[in-house]
Design a protein around this ligand. Sequence first.
Ligand code: ADP
Ligand code: MG
Length: 613
Amino acid sequence: MERQTETLEFQTEVRQLLHLMIHSLYSHPEIFLRELVSNASDACDKLRFEALGDGGLYEGDSELRIELAVDKAARTLTVRDNGIGMSRQEVIDNLGTIARSGTKHFLESLSGDKAKDAQLIGQFGVGFYSAFIVADRVDVFTRRAGLSAEHGVHWSSEGTGAYTIENIERAGRGTEIVLHLKEGQDEFLDPWRLRGIVHRYSEHITFPIMMKKEGGEELERINQATALWARPKAELKDEDYTEFYKQTFHDWEAPLAWTHNRVEGRTEYTNLLYIPGRAPFDLWDREAKHGIKLYVRRVFIMDDAERLLPRYLRFVRGVVDAADLPLNVSREILQSSEVLNQIRNGLTKRVLNLLEELAKDKPEVYAKVWSLFGRVLKEGLAEDPTHREQITRLLRFASTHEASKGQDVSLADYVARMKEGQEAIYVLTAESEAAARHSPHLEGFRARGTEVLLLTDAIDEWLLPHLTEFEGKPIRNINREGVRPEGEAPKADETQNELLQRIQKALEGKVKEVRLSSRLVESPACVVLDEYDLPPHLKRLYREAGQPVPETLPILEINPEHALLRRLKGETDEARIVDWSGVLLGMALLAEGGQLEDGAGFVQKLNRLMTGA
Ligand code: ADP
Ligand code: MG
């Protein structure tokens, strides 16, 4: 084996990252240790997992551990593990490039707030490079488990543009990272400072972190190194749960709630599930992995086991430790495992019950949950018919009720306030809360004092078909044909009939029908939709996205009492009747967030009418 030494350039992104790391994240330098310990722990997890299939990888040493060592004279701090190690190619791939797309997001998400930015590092998997916050040279000595001693690798860099890599002899498997500390970073040579950092950030790493005893050669363990979820609930305090969450899921925000259970019976497992206190940056990224950490009898199996919870609960973080799965379980096996189906059902119920308890006992906390994750949770209406009823109870809406602020009204609240004789729950979908509140459709309901729920998330239009009733009351969208404030449909008298026909003729080919409205009070006209028609604001969104939009014509409803309509009634000039009618329709479409096919034509009509031309 030749001792080939190479000098290689860092990938551009790595250089950017290093620059950033060194120049903007120095205010929290200690996070580098959390990152290196976390990598060492991952390496131990990986070895333990691979060794399930090939016990020889342990090379006779199956006590996995992490070790911290300081050399005050040389001013170095070493982080060592006997985990999986890396081959030469793995070193090049892992410590010279950034494979993950997360880094781009990371660079974009930097807020300029140093504390928050420092926290971001862990989440985006760019942790190793944080070593250069405190070190002006980093040496990595490593050998992959299963390769022979001459396949050791030495990587070295000063964190500028390049690094060197050479082959070395290395008896022990695993990785040793030696940090040559910068001037002024001597605090990281102090064993007590290091213990404090470990306690703060790495207490819940499940492998022992060892350090020499003060003044001796003997090693001692400086973290708890037990699986928190396996401990009895009675022993655990709120802080324990919170700290475990922050350390395990790299979050600086405390979770809003959690549920910790040991389930016995047909399938045995322990779960510890959390509702985070903030939304992850990739909550809406369809490619992103979201899921639960899966352990089998304390052995870490995989991150992001997305099969353990339905997609609409993807904001939940946590750990599941199953007793009845094989240790060599793969994602493929998980797809079809009956045990897993049972766990998934169990976990889904736990989370929904937890949310329901919060909604009942801690409405302020639930309001936060809803504001962060409500839009995700709603997807469950379509995705999970089994739990639809329970999800429906968890929904919150903006409302025309005077006490409502933001999305805070439940269907139960609404039903409790329904008026004598009111038969349906009325909702209005619109592009935004402001658009909903100004919608002409609301006028008749407002005049009669009937509450309307305002559905303003883009997804709402799609969910309504899955939300047809609540406690036996039908749910009706008031921008639809046939849905009107309680009472008879108005009947047109002869002169009104003539007016309707006039407008209809003027708008030939642009509307399906023109009719009198019982929903309007202040506005001259509005458009209503057949049950399955797309509302104007969605048509516009689709067109903008280049999607084909089915051509459906709206129904125009008019308010014959309005001054504009009275004026139109008295108009005799044909051309002007056409202009007035066109303007009426245009205004009604605009009020719904729609788009005018011929904006210039609309403006010309208005111009002619306003100038009396
Ligand atoms: P992440 O841990 O999120 O993948 P890092 O920058 O912390 O990102 O580490 C990059 C990669 O380097 C890791 O994914 C791993 O493959 C490798 N690595 C880092 N430290 C070790 C280690 N101690 N043992 C083995 N591999 C390591
Ligand atoms: Mg890492």
